[in-house]
Ligand binder design. Structure first.
Ligand code: HEM
Ligand SMILES: *[C@@H]1O[C@H](CO)[C@@H](O)[C@H](O)[C@H]1NC(C)=O
Ligand SMILES: *[C@@H]1O[C@H](CO)[C@@H](O)[C@H](O)[C@H]1NC(C)=O
Ligand SMILES: *[C@@H]1O[C@H](CO)[C@@H](O)[C@H](O)[C@H]1NC(C)=O
Ligand SMILES: *[C@@H]1O[C@H](CO)[C@@H](O)[C@H](O)[C@H]1NC(C)=O
Length: 352
């Protein structure tokens, strides 16, 4: 037994020295801030609740923000970083441009959290806590995320363009996109259920309404009445600002109706409808189950959100706790070319 223990320790050291991901060995923990910021959950909740009173779409936007963070180099708040000389912001990537929302709300949360416990809570954890508050406020399940994520020093616009799924994706493409993040079929179906709340721009379904897959006809899986409604809201000559409900039955309530809609061919995106309408797909039974049993959906959604929230996290002494979510703490050498003296000082500190 003793020998075996020693062996494990040595292997652990090798991992640390190898600089692999998770090398710090630190673990996420739901009680991570118990001593350092015990009220963080309620601080985040209160800000989201206040905003949601005047902007009922915001909980949806915040849940989507977490998804778009986690699929791009992990849940590290990289999506929050703005353009600088060193950072090519993910906010301008195709899946984010003109559609992500909530960046200012995250900044308001950060300010409230910093007032209570300065320099302690990461922006990456604020994103999961905002998603938790959003699910609860919409009537969805509580999401007990383990905490202790740290914030990235980099962003990756290229990965944001590559890793995030498009609404025109087939089931095969969705499968690949989710599998690449370590997520399985149940995760894909459960997480897609987030489309029980929120809005989408007409541009994402224009082809489905008028020229599906180059056929010059609508997507044949669309329910005819729903197709007419959608064409009314989204005429052939595009009105770029028009928004549609992702769930046409209960647009702001987090419930199982997303799945009932799929069963009557009222999924808004092709990527939604594919889960039920792809012949022989292993997703069909899961849609059926969730459409019958909201508890089963909520349990799976909570599991899959926590799984998603653990993708590629930075812990221990990796990354940093950002002071301002839109920028890394240390001004880059490139930005600071004017003040060489202070620059070399910073360089010394960083090399220690
Ligand atoms: C399965 C592949 C997915 C695709 C192709 C997809 C695509 C999209 C698109 C195109 C929009 C509309 C954006 C806009 O017009 O502004 C949207 C909205 C949304 N998505 Fe997804 N999504 C997917 C999965 C997810 C997942 C996994 C989540 C979260 C767990 C999620 C949460 C949301 C929410 C809540 C909205 C509404 C946002 C708002 O109202 O601001 N989606 N999605
Ligand atoms: C952290 O706080 C929660 C809520 O107050 C409590 O239930 C839990 O036992 C605490 N955990 C630890 C490790 O102190
Ligand atoms: C960050 O960029 C966004 C646009 O992507 C802009 O609205 C916001 O004002 C910027 N934030 C700061 C603090 O510069
Ligand atoms: C992709 O398909 C394989 C084979 O059916 C399956 O085992 C896997 O769970 C699927 N992954 C996703 C994300 O759907
Ligand atoms: C789109 O058309 C191509 C052939 O042009 C076909 O292989 C593909 O299956 C079609 N996709 C859908 C979703 O119908």
């Amino acid at each position: 037994m003793k020998m075996r223990f020693a062996c494990v320790v040595v292997m652990g050291l090798v991992v640390v020295l190898g600089g692999l991901p998770f090398s710090s060995g630190a673990q996420l923990d739901p009680d991570f801030y118990n001593n350092t910021c015990p009220k963080v959950h309620s601080i985040v909740f209160d800000v989201v609740q206040n905003v949601a009173e005047t902007d009922p779409r915001m909980p949806a936007s915040l849940i989507r923000l977490l998804f778009h963070d986690c699929f791009v180099q992990g849940c590290d708040a990289s999506i929050l970083l703005n353009n600088t000389l060193k950072i090519r912001s993910e906010q301008q990537a195709q899946p984010n441009r003109n559609s992500i929302r909530g960046l200012n709300v995250v900044n308001d949360i950060k300010t409230a959290v910093e007032n209570a416990c300065p320099g302690v809570v990461s922006c990456a954890d604020i994103l999961v806590l905002a998603a938790q508050a959003s699910s609860v406020l919409g009537g969805g399940p509580d999401l007990i995320f383990p905490l202790g994520r740290r914030d990235s020093l980099t962003a990756n616009r290229k990965l944001a363009n590559e890793n995030l799924p498009a609404p025109s994706f087939t089931l095969t493409e969705l499968n690949e996109t989710f599998a690449a993040q370590g997520l399985d079929t149940t995760d894909l179906v459960a997480l897609s259920g987030a489309h029980t709340i929120g809005r989408a721009h007409c541009s994402f379904i224009h082809d489905r309404l008028y020229n599906f897959n180059g056929t010059r006809k609508p997507d044949p899986t669309l329910d005819p009445t729903y197709l007419q409604q959608l064409r009314k809201s989204c005429p052939r000559i595009a009105r770029p600002k028009t928004l549609l409900n992702l769930d046409p039955t209960t647009p702001d309530t987090f419930d199982k109706n997303y799945y009932s809609n799929l069963k009557v061919n009222k999924g808004l995106f092709q990527s939604d409808q594919e889960l039920f309408s792809t012949p022989g797909a292993d997703t069909i039974n899961i849609v059926n189950k969730f459409s019958r049993n909201q508890k089963a959906f909520f349990n799976s959604f909570a599991n899959s959100m926590i799984k998603m929230g653990n993708i590629g996290v930075l812990t221990g002494n990796e990354g940093e706790i950002r002071k301002q979510c839109n920028f890394v703490n240390k001004k880059s050498v490139e930005v600071d070319t004017g003040s060489l003296a202070s620059e070399s000082e910073e360089g010394m500190v960083s090399s220690i």
